[in-house]
Design a protein around this ligand. Structure first.
Ligand SMILES: Cc1ncc(COP(=O)(O)O)c(C=O)c1O
Length: 374
């Protein structure tokens, strides 16, 4: 048999691209680190679990629903979203997580020679999808831990198709207030699509936070992303969506995989939207309390930390982030190493219930004190 030299078939941008390997399953990690429990503080999940309305849907999902294909374009959920936000169902496109709609938007607008613009230290999937699709990702350095609007505008050229703004930013928790956002959109002046990724918007309590759903009505080039993975705690079901004007959605729909969102996810998401807000208030309270516990500890240990919006914060540790990860893992605490986010020696911690945050503090403090020689 002749050897098949597949490498010559692989585009150069795929050859240059490094695959991302997600972490191993929890039981495997527990075995590897010799622990009998694991607190997951690595993925910004909502540890309270989903709203009670979702629990009913999950428990009522019968085996006979399994052989039937889901609704191919989330018809009912788009009705629910339209009612919830006072919009037309045609303004929504639902994906297998908002990660999927990132890919749909890039496929819809970019062709050979085009570029997208985003920050260097933000959610990496915008950059990754652009690069493994053969498009340039222009990565603009953060300024004071936030997206830099002027530098993003300066980086635009006639091949710029999409600007991705993560608001609030994962992992720094910074956000553009209403006037920064509208100033930026005015300056872009419809020359490119602006994606506002609001994955963590439900965590923001400040009045000056701009509402991406409203901006979609004011600016025809705005596409707002939201997800059910974070606040609504549906991460395992993989469901997120975009909202834009119907014409833009009509174009993006052409590149979007139909039937990619399963029935349970669609029903659970619709149920989550019916919660009266008590669930969001309870989650915000949990996050506030967690910040109030962790930030003073980091101050006391004289560790630089960044604590903004969202259910996470970051702290700089006096050793490599991977070593810190391993030290915490041996005591059943899983955090996110931040070298991959271009923050070497930082870790990100998801903010969850008080007893787990206290367990984190009990493990973290002696590890740091030992390193610091206190
Ligand atoms: C800023 C941001 N956007 C989008 C996503 C993707 O969310 P999902 O694909 O689970 O909807 C994440 C997940 O971590 C995120 O942090």
């Amino acid at each position: 048999m002749h050897k098949f030299d597949y490498t010559q078939l692989v585009p150069s941008y795929i050859q240059a691209f490094e695959a991302y390997y997600p972490s191993k399953p929890d039981p495997e990690l527990m075995r590897l680190y010799g622990v009998d429990h694991l607190h997951r503080l690595n993925n910004n999940e909502n540890a309270l679990g989903p709203p009670p309305e979702v629990a009913q849907v999950v428990e009522g999902f019968t085996p006979m629903a399994v052989p039937v294909y889901p609704n191919g374009d989330c018809f009912d959920l788009r009705q629910s979203l339209a009612e919830r936000f006072g919009k037309d169902p045609e303004q929504f496109l639902v994906g297998n997580g908002s990660c999927e709609v990132i890919a749909s938007v890039i496929k819809a607008f970019c062709e050979k020679g085009d570029n997208i613009i985003t920050a260097d230290k933000t959610f990496a999937v915008y950059e990754w999808v652009a690069e493994f699709s053969g498009f340039e990702a222009r990565l603009i350095p953060l300024k004071d831990n936030g997206f830099d609007p002027q530098a993003m505008l300066d980086a635009m050229d006639r091949h710029t198709k999409i600007l991705f703004v993560c608001n609030p930013n994962n992992p720094t928790g910074t956000y553009w207030d209403r006037s920064t956002m509208t100033g930026f959109l005015d300056a872009v002046d419809n020359r490119a699509v602006v994606v506002i990724d609001e994955a963590y918007c439900e965590y923001v309590e400040n009045d000056d936070f701009p509402d991406g759903m409203a901006l979609v009505e004011q600016y025809p080039n705005v596409v707002t992303f939201r997800t059910f993975s974070k606040m609504y705690a549906l991460a395992s079901l993989r469901i997120g969506y975009l909202c834009a004007n119907p014409e833009m959605v009509g174009v993006i729909r052409r590149t979007h995989i139909v039937y990619s969102v399963n029935t349970l996810a669609q029903r659970a998401a619709a149920a989550a939207l019916t919660n009266d807000g008590s669930f969001i208030r309870a989650t915000r309270k949990m996050v506030r309390e967690a910040k109030a516990l962790l930030c003073p500890l980091f101050d006391e240990l004289e560790l630089t930390h960044v604590c903004g919006q969202g259910n996470y914060l970051m702290v700089k540790v006096p050793v490599s982030d991977t070593l810190m990860y391993r030290k915490l893992m041996t005591q059943g605490i899983m955090v996110r190493t931040m070298t991959g986010f271009r923050f070497p020696n930082w870790i990100r911690i998801s903010l969850v219930q008080q007893p787990i945050m206290e367990a984190f503090c009990r493990v973290f403090r002696p590890v740091i004190e030992e390193i610091q020689g206190r």
